[in-house]
Unconditional design. Sequence first.
Length: 139
Amino acid sequence: MFMIRQFQETDLEDVIALWEVCDLSRPWNNPEIDIFRKVAQKDQLFLVAIKDDELIATVMGGYDGHRGWVNYLAVHPHQQRNGVATALIQQLEKRLTALGCPKLQLLIHKDNIDVQNFYEQLGYEEVEVICFGKRLIQD
Ligand SMILES: CC(C)(COP(=O)(O)OP(=O)(O)OC[C@H]1O[C@@H](n2cnc3c(N)ncnc32)[C@H](O)[C@@H]1OP(=O)(O)O)[C@@H](O)C(=O)NCCC(=O)NCCS
């Protein structure tokens, strides 16, 4: 079995290593800075899953006052298809609902069919939008 708890600072290196293994690291994102920024939010929406004292999964949730967001959902390849991501998303949904958040959204790469299947079976639907972005700080 695994347990879900909030991220704590001693998880830092394990989280960064997990994102590497799960291929979530991107050259334009510095994971350490991403984590420090998130911790500074103090919103209790950055969750990790622990099994046998090992950090096996993460989800970095957020709420901007209008929508909830999911980032950095990752489950270690050896621990996938055991319901860990489902449990993390359900825990995040619970916390966001308690905050009064009316809708949860996320961005996924068009080619990531596995993740599309995962979210569809949890009741998420594709939304026809184009995502625009502008970098404000170069990490
Ligand atoms: C996507 C991911 C988070 C799913 O984690 P997981 O813990 O394996 O997911 P669950 O066990 O909760 O899966 C629940 C259901 O989702 C669907 N699903 C999950 N992974 C799937 C896959 N690779 N292919 C097809 N369907 C999948 C299945 O219906 C599954 O139920 P089943 O195992 O009974 O068939 C995991 O594969 C992952 O970390 N991938 C790499 C990182 C990534 O792409 N993150 C998302 C960035 S947007």
